[in-house]
Ligand binder design. Sequence first.
Ligand SMILES: [Fe+2]
Ligand SMILES: [Fe+2]
Length: 471
Amino acid sequence: MASIDYSQKIPNNVDLASDKRLQRALEKWQPSYLKWWHEMGPTDFETKEIYLRTAVSVESDGWAHFGYVSMPEYRWGVFLEPLQNDRRIPFGDAYGKPAWQDVPGEYRTDLRRLIVTQADTEPASVEQQRLLGHTAPSLYDLRNLFQVNVEEGRHLWAMVYLLHRYFGKDGRNEAEELLERRSGNPDRPRILGTFNEPINTWLDFFCFAMFTDRDGKFQLLALAESGFDPLARTCRFMLTEEAHHLFVGQTGLGRVIQRTCEVMNAHPDAQPREHGAISLELMQKYINFWVSSSTDLYGSEVSSNAANYFATGLKGRAYEEKAYQDHVALEGSYSIEKIVAGEIVKEEVPLRNAMNEILRTDYLIDNQKGVDYWNKIVKRHGIDFEFKLPHRRFNRQIGMYTGAFFDLDGKPIDEHTWNQKKAGWLPTERDREFVLSLMQPCREPGKFAAWIAPPNKGLNGQPVDFEYVKL
Ligand SMILES: [Fe+2]
Ligand SMILES: [Fe+2]
């Protein structure tokens, strides 16, 4: 059943109407969700009409419908990719056995934890971004922000459906708590560190959409392989929505870079900031911050939990079926660089224990594509500057590199050197104040703030000066 039933209170393609108890439970959760959206979603734009896309089918061709919607009227629902006949568990000890359509009792706790951890990031990002609407550099960008926000809300729905449908009372309690934690709240924070970091400026937002949403992509890719089939099918559809978020991040930062390059060429003797642009060096610092924070999201380099998730068929590797031949991973090892007495020492660890590091490596490789895209923009303007990803050891708060100090190339340094260099590597208070000072709204169709270039084209075939948000 690929098409989505919009006649229901909760749009869905899972035949919700046939399970009255579940339907009632979700319909009870719905007002709590809307209350959360009202309190913690984008401020002050609830009555505005926004040109948004809504899923109408989960088929890969043309699943989206575009039209004006006010955000609280957005049709959040439950959309899964269709059931494949005879899907098999694609990795781990149960490799090749039929995928589970229900939760195996022995994996209940682990699966719930995996789903809740993913679920928690979705409302968290909406909370982090809630004030950005006031300083949007254009209507085009404002619309993109809101598109990302409503889709993160939908991802929460996707995960809450699984919790309600498969985890009974525990699942319903978890669904309540997902609406109670708050990003950045000292008493009830969101589960993962990056999702408690403030996003005060659009530069942070673009970096977040580029680097933190990309963590989301890789977590979803790993869960899309899960032996628990409903989770796999949920994540597959979420990935199609996620692609737009990454586009917003990569092209958003690309447009900031483009504007800066234009300013540099027009005023070769001045600093970009004198003409209201953000220097390339300053953008590099924001990149360093968001990449290192997002790199932490993969957890410990050597992890028995990760080995266990793989062994039991709960969480695989990205592109497990396409990218690997050995799906059992009992043989072989993975080389990890440990720090022993201040020196880097290579150590082979059993493959299964390195699953976090393997996913992190795939993520970092994917990040590089965005950096290459930005460097092309710089080069096109004839400017001698190259963006670089910080080394995976740089500025880490989780895993084996925590507590030690490394430069941008991953070379061990002492704390004194770190303290001396830090202000050149990561945004300082003054940097943040400057970027914040540029965040003045620009709300005329087709007009853009001075620190960002317009996009090459509009959305869904619309012109750039289209009225993406009716204010
Ligand atoms: Fe998401
Ligand atoms: Fe996202």
